[in-house]
Design a protein around this ligand. Structure first.
Ligand code: GTP
Length: 366
């Protein structure tokens, strides 16, 4: 143990095999961690953060649409060794970590980092690992306080920082014993991964962590109050993209934070207004007088003249017609929204759907 120093961790497993159901229809064609956020697939922000923390080798645990990762990684140079492990059938979070085991090179006592593929955070990764090593822990979890923990897994700790319980998605006031939740990044002693059952689905949250506590293993929690966001829902996805573009969320993959990001070969007409940390994808077009505020416009999408797109996601190759109002909506890849439509909060348009001009109006004209 005394041999470990600042960058004690060299290997990480990134869990990127989920179906991303909450982000449909965007995840029909593209797995959630491959959706573009501030100009690069979300997973690139995580990979570059791990690299900056001293990780030299990442096992990408894929399942759903694994080929999209494979194609991207083969063509990218991220300055780090990336190995792709693919489950034939999704094995859940714990099963995916166990499936990655033969791809790991770490010694049995070495710390291995595990990341959920959809969390954007400013966590001090090196600090988490040092805490794990100094405490001779079997597992150390990154915890973050949230205002409403009901959608998450609660992880109370005692005064020594030892985890006392795992409470998945608590509902009653008695169950809400802490505001600390599992933030989706943890360190395992490699030999703990060996003990996860192989070849069947396992939930790390529901089975592995509670099992470790039952076996009296040393499970520590580190509370970090810095930036944290789970990009699992459309509005969180928009928020994460804005925060990266604006520089409110840290990522080595964003070199020039600013009020907007326009990617290569996009065409923005003069008189269009880009604001609020919006991102305009490659070859996308924004017409004269259009306003794009805090939204994510994917590659090859077109925003017509005079349209107003706020807090929304416009899928790859989708078209938003002239003078449309799109607010808090998700437009699937290749969909076509005719001129003058109004699509407001929560609306999701499936890929390639065509909506005729003026077909949808929410506000009354008086
Ligand atoms: P939702 O379906 O919207 O809940 O999203 P999700 O599929 O991403 O599920 P969830 O957010 O619970 O998953 C947490 C992390 O684990 C995500 O990064 C997923 O990609 C990943 N994950 C979930 N299930 C599996 C699996 O069976 N195999 C692998 N390799 N990763 C998984």
């Amino acid at each position: 143990m005394g041999l470990w120093h600042a960058s004690a961790v060299t290997e990480a497993v990134m869990l990127v095999g989920g179906q991303g159901t909450r982000l449909r229809p965007l995840t029909i064609n593209t797995p959630k961690p491959m959706l573009p956020v501030a100009g690069v697939p979300f997973t690139v922000h995580q990979i570059t953060r791990a690299r900056a923390a001293g990780v030299t080798r990442i096992v990408l645990a894929t399942s759903y649409r694994a080929e999209v990762f494979r194609e991207f990684i083969e063509g990218a140079d991220l300055g780090i060794e990336i190995v792709i492990a693919t489950e034939d059938e999704p094995l859940g979070t714990g099963g995916a970590i166990r499936h990655a085991l033969p791809y790991l090179q770490s010694a049995p006592d070495a710390p291995v980092l595990v990341f959920n593929g959809d969390v954007l955070s400013g966590l001090d990764i090196g600090g988490l690992v040092n805490h794990h090593v100094a405490g001779s822990a079997d597992a150390t979890l990154y915890l973050t306080p949230v205002a409403d923990p009901r959608a998450f897994g609660l992880v109370p700790t005692d005064t020594d920082g030892r985890v006392t319980k795992f409470l998945e998605k608590p509902q009653t006031p008695e169950e809400i014993v802490t505001d600390q939740i599992n933030a989706g990044c943890y360190v395992f002693r490699r030999s703990v991964i060996d003990e996860i059952p192989a070849g069947r689905p396992v939930s790390v949250e529901r089975e592995t962590f509670p099992g470790l506590l039952a076996a009296n293993a040393m499970v520590l929690g580190v509370v970090d109050r810095g930036y944290w966001l789970d990009l699992g829902t459309p509005m969180a996805f928009v928020q994460g993209s804005r925060d990266l573009v604006l520089g409110n969320a840290p990522s080595p993959a964003v070199s020039n934070p600013g009020p907007y990001l326009v990617l290569a070969d996009a065409e923005v007409a003069s008189g269009a207004l880009l604001t609020g940390g919006c991102a305009i994808g490659r070859r996308a077009q924004v017409g004269a007088g259009a306003v794009v505020d805090g939204s994510v416009v994917f590659d090859d999408a077109r925003i017509g003249a005079g349209a107003k797109v706020t807090g929304s996601i416009v899928g790859a190759g989708a078209t938003v017609g002239e003078n449309c109002v799109i607010d808090g909506a998700v437009i699937g890849d290749g969909a076509s929204i005719g001129a003058g439509n109004e699509l407001l909060a929560g609306v999701r348009i499936w890929p390639n759907v065509q909506i005729a001009a003026g077909a949808v109006r929410f506000s009354s004209d008086g």
